[in-house]
Design a protein around this ligand. Structure first.
Ligand SMILES: [Zn+2]
Length: 176
């Protein structure tokens, strides 16, 4: 959030949260909402369940990355990643009723695993993705294997510029 825009960030955070909650309730996209909340949405509230009525009076906080000076293209990619604006199989097949979510397998490896954000970013053994992770090795060193919050920890780590750069290059691999 650039300060020269004269936006009152405190009010903006509150308004943004209310809009997101309204959109989620109207759209009824439980899995998308769950994915967002579990991995990407937490920084807007400091604890889980921030949309609950009794917690609405607590001040929400903008995601860390929105406060960093990230190049526009990379910032856009990071936002796309967070908001399911990508071309991973889970998104491409989202409206394909013939394929249950659990069978939306990754087409870049033979693990027969759902190609969701966590698989692409953290686990897929595809050579291009492994090479990309090696380029950004420092982003992955602090993420303990087996942690249930790996993706959230990855996305919200201090080096937001690095994460956004990774997101940009990662999404580009699926841009075909
Ligand atoms: Zn894979």
């Amino acid at each position: 959030m650039r300060t020269q825009n004269n936006i009152h960030v405190g009010e903006f955070e509150t308004v943004l949260r209310e809009h997101i909650i309204l959109d989620w309730r109207a759209a009824q996209l439980p899995r998308q909402m769950h994915t967002y909340n579990t991995h990407f949405g937490t920084p807007l509230g400091s604890e889980s369940g921030w949309w609950d009525e009794e917690k609405r009076n607590k001040k929400p906080v903008l995601p860390h990355y929105l406060r960093q000076d990230i190049p526009h293209k990379a910032l856009r990619s990071l936002s796309c990643l967070r908001l399911s604006g990508h071309k991973f199989q889970v998104q491409i097949q989202r409206y394909n009723q013939g394929v249950p979510y659990e069978q939306i397998f990754c087409d870049r490896c033979t693990l027969n695993t759902v190609q969701d954000e966590a698989h692409v970013i953290l686990d897929c053994p595809d050579a291009q993705l492994v090479s990309l992770r090696n380029q950004f090795q420092h982003l992955f060193e602090a993420i303990p294997a087996g942690s249930t919050t790996r993706l959230r920890d990855f996305i919200n780590q201090t080096d937001a510029v690095g994460v956004a750069d990774f997101a940009d290059k990662c999404l580009a691999l699926f841009d075909h």
